[in-house]
Design a protein around this ligand. Structure first.
Ligand SMILES: Nc1ncnc2c1ncn2[C@@H]1O[C@H](COP(=O)(O)OP(=O)(O)O)[C@@H](O)[C@H]1O
Ligand SMILES: [Mg+2]
Length: 344
């Protein structure tokens, strides 16, 4: 019998780096998720070690080299608090010939740029809301109100607040400038789809399998607030906006809508070149037309987050999920020429 593979779980250890508006990036929750994955993988009888990525990339790589794992579980969401470097971290594993779970650097990089990711989805015939990028805030507006303004290269609802939804030119210009000042990156202005919100988690287990659809229940939101899952609503359990936006999985939808959303999610997964797992976010307009907001190739996979909720609704154990991911990664393992490997 072959020995069980040895796994290293790599993740960002918390590194406080608040944004200009005082938001903290999501590294705290990553450490918790790493613990949960560790427990899950250990319960499968595999050897598993946690390896935090902190400030020193070289120390981190030294530790990985010393452990010489058969595969990595890659939970890194960035480097030094910058989600924009998430793909570079995966790229280093690729250059080193290390096999890892989760998405490849190319997919992570494309999905990190919301506007470019939308262009790829649109080119594949998949529905996304009309949008334009603003670099100065003075560009002529090509879209019709209502609109939503968001940083183009962030995630985790950073920069998304009730005032991000704008209904006239003055509010738009103010919000675009604020977003440019705070995030120092292009701003995405997108048609605001005022309707239901769904998430479809997708898992690769031999085939591309969309999991049960989840919906954000906005029914308790105050009528004067835009129905969005902004920064406070997504992260702070004691914030009223968090409590008023509970997820419901499986979503109360008919089979036709479920099949449509799951089909679009699987198509988006393939179009973005995803592997292993991803979560696709949707909004649906008043006419019942779904629009893909984004593909998250590195979603939160902690036990209390949406992906694990969808696994549970599908009857898939959390530990079994990680077992499948490790198997996927092991199948992708490339055995390099030893001379080549020595140079790394
Ligand atoms: N075009 C849109 N129409 C309606 N709501 C939106 C739109 N874009 C974003 N939102 C709201 O903002 C949230 C976060 O936006 P999203 O594009 O998914 O960025 P993030 O990467 O921060 O999750 C969504 O879950 C949704 O509630
Ligand atoms: Mg999102």
């Amino acid at each position: 019998m072959k020995p069980a593979p040895a796994i290293a779980i790599v993740y960002n250890a918390y590194e406080p780096r608040p944004t200009a508006t005082g938001e903290r990036l999501s590294e705290e929750s990553v450490a918790e998720m790493a613990q949960q994955a560790h427990e899950a993988v250990r319960s499968l009888g595999l050897g598993v070690t946690l390896v935090p990525l902190q400030r020193s990339l070289l120390n981190f790589l030294g530790r990985v080299k010393e452990l010489a794992p058969d595969a990595l579980i890659n939970l890194c969401e960035g480097f030094c608090g910058r989600p924009q470097w998430e793909s570079n971290v995966a790229g280093i594993f690729e250059l080193l010939g290390l096999t890892f779970t989760g998405n490849a650097s190319k997919t992570l990089a494309i999905c990190q740029d919301k506007f470019k990711a939308k262009a790829v989805l649109r080119a594949a015939g998949l529905p996304t809301a009309p949008a334009q990028v603003m670099l100065t805030g003075d560009e002529p507006l090509e879209l019709r109100f209502p609109l939503i303004v968001k940083p183009n290269n962030e995630d985790a609802s950073l920069g998304i607040y009730p005032e991000s939804v704008v209904r006239d030119e003055e509010a738009l210009r103010r919000q675009v400038r604020r977003c440019l000042d705070n995030y120092k990156q292009p701003v995405l202005v997108e048609g605001f789809i005022d309707g239901r919100e769904f998430n479809v988690s997708v898992m690769e287990n031999g085939t591309v399998t969309p999991l049960p659809v989840s919906e954000i229940d906005f029914s308790a939101m105050p009528k004067d607030m835009p129905r969005i899952l902004g920064y406070e609503a997504k992260w702070f359990e004691d914030n009223p906006l968090y409590q008023k936006t509970p997820p419901v999985c499986p979503a109360p939808i008919d089979d036709e809508m479920r099949v449509r959303l799951q089909g679009l999610a699987a198509a988006a997964f393939r179009t973005m070149g995803c592997r292993d797992y991803a979560r696709v976010d949707f909004r649906m307009d008043a006419k019942g037309r779904p629009f893909i907001l984004e593909v998250n190739p590195n979603p939160d996979i902690s036990t209390n987050a949406g992906y694990a909720r969808a696994l549970k609704a599908a009857g898939i154990e959390y530990a079994a999920f990680w077992g499948t991911m490790v198997r996927n990664a092991m199948e992708r393992r490339v055995v390099h020429d030893p001379a080549d490997a020595g140079a790394r």
